[in-house]
Design a protein around this ligand. Sequence first.
Ligand SMILES: [Zn+2]
Ligand SMILES: [Zn+2]
Length: 160
Amino acid sequence: MVSNLVSPDAAVVPELRAAGLRVTMARQAVLGWLAKHPHATADTIARGVRAEYGSLSLQAIYGVLAACTDAGLLRRIEPAGHPARYERRVGDNHHHVVCRTCGRTEDVDCVVGPRPCLEPASDHGFALDEAEVVFWGLCPSCLRADGTGAGTHYQQEEWQ
Ligand SMILES: [Zn+2]
Ligand SMILES: [Zn+2]
């Protein structure tokens, strides 16, 4: 599955070890690439990792993403109607703004206070520790494209 991988990101080795994961070239490559390209989909990660590190199957990428997400090294974001996206920024309960048209995703920090940073009108007796908020809208380039030009083109390129 993995061949010709070059110069994987050694900086992630201690993180993999601390998480109890075996250190593999594929895991180093995916984590290293994602550190520089947050909120990427599996397809985008596959293209980026192949361009930077060498051949790696989509199946191998999915395997790395699943293992690293389970181990808490990656956060998986699943905006409704869009492919899942992955990022290295974990454990801080930050939120996201997502473009309805092209799916571009950016971080939004909590506005005030410690998590869960929102006060529900009723907690139904639950002990709350996290709030997941997605702000939906149009990104600047989709706003400029007005739903016809660049935004649609980007969407096709990104999601096929
Ligand atoms: Zn957009
Ligand atoms: Zn994020």
